[in-house]
Design a protein around this ligand. Structure first.
Ligand code: ADP
Ligand code: ADP
Length: 228
């Protein structure tokens, strides 16, 4: 099936400083099949984060259509989870409660939630940090919390905005392998923003290159990769 379909999607921001409208996205078409792992690459400012936030339902789009599993997206849904480049952790909650947050809003609590939170804390290397608060953690550790929070809800569609950018090379390699294993086993759909071409080639079925063009029309160039 088709997990994600964008038709002619546009997004305008109102820039407070200049008082002008910024075309962050215009006329974007993109189709992602269920179970596909797509990497999205492009220069800074071309609209990658904006596109992911629209896919997650966090930002409304101004033009076109966004279909998630065939239905119009009107906001966030339980089948989607996002890893934010800026982590977006809740500062008043400790590591454990940040990771449990997504489960709680989906109605998962008690022993089942605890086992899930512990499992993903171990996977990303957060054992022993349950009681720490985000402000006490390095950027890399905060990024692990954001990754665990998204994976814990076992989303059918996983949206990741440079999820490994703040991690050391060893942790990044471990998590890449974990991500590949999870993704292959579960037929999950992943849209993955990265600056690292090697990472995109290692993980993806398809690489989509997003380029700002004159007139602010965004062209998405597909590169299909053979799976080993
Ligand atoms: P990328 O993730 O590819 O770096 P973004 O989606 O963050 O790109 O940004 C796309 C464009 O929209 C950029 O020109 C950026 O400055 C602008 N932009 C992003 N967020 C806002 C905002 N909240 N208000 C105004 N302009 C924004
Ligand atoms: P991220 O990619 O995780 O969103 P950024 O540093 O790109 O991190 O952006 C941080 C926040 O600032 C985002 O919510 C983004 O929408 C907003 N932002 C980005 N560019 C602009 C801009 N030119 N004007 C206002 N807000 C912006």
């Amino acid at each position: 099936g088709t997990a994600i379909e964008l038709r002619g999607v546009g997004k305008l921001y109102h820039d407070e400083t200049s008082g002008r409208q910024v075309h962050a996205l215009s006329e974007v078409d993109l189709t992602v099949r269920t179970g596909e792992f797509v990497s999205l690459i492009g220069p800074s400012g071309c609209g990658k984060t904006t596109l992911l936030k629209i896919l997650d339902g966090l930002l409304p789009h101004d033009q076109g259509e966004v279909l998630i599993n065939g239905a119009r997206s009107t906001g966030p849904g339980p089948e989607r989870a996002m890893v934010f480049q800026s982590f977006a952790l809740l500062p008043w909650l400790n590591v454990y409660d940040n990771i449990a947050f997504g489960l709680r809003i989906r109605g998962v609590t008690g022993k089942q939630a605890e086992a899930t939170v512990r499992h993903y804390m171990d996977m990303v290397g957060l054992r022993g940090f349950a009681d720490s608060y985000p402000a006490q953690l390095s950027g890399g550790m905060q990024q692990r919390v954001g990754i665990a929070r998204a994976l814990a809800v076992n989303p059918a569609i996983l949206l990741m905005d440079e999820p490994f950018g703040s991690l050391d090379a060893q942790t990044r390699n471990l998590l890449q392998v974990d991500l590949e294993r999870i993704y292959e086993a579960d037929n999950k759909t992943v849209v993955f923003v990265t600056h690292a071409m090697d990472e995109a080639v290692f993980l993806s079925d398809r690489i989509v290159i997003m380029s700002p063009r004159p007139g602010r029309i965004h062209e998405l160039i597909d590169v299909d990769l053979p799976r080993p």
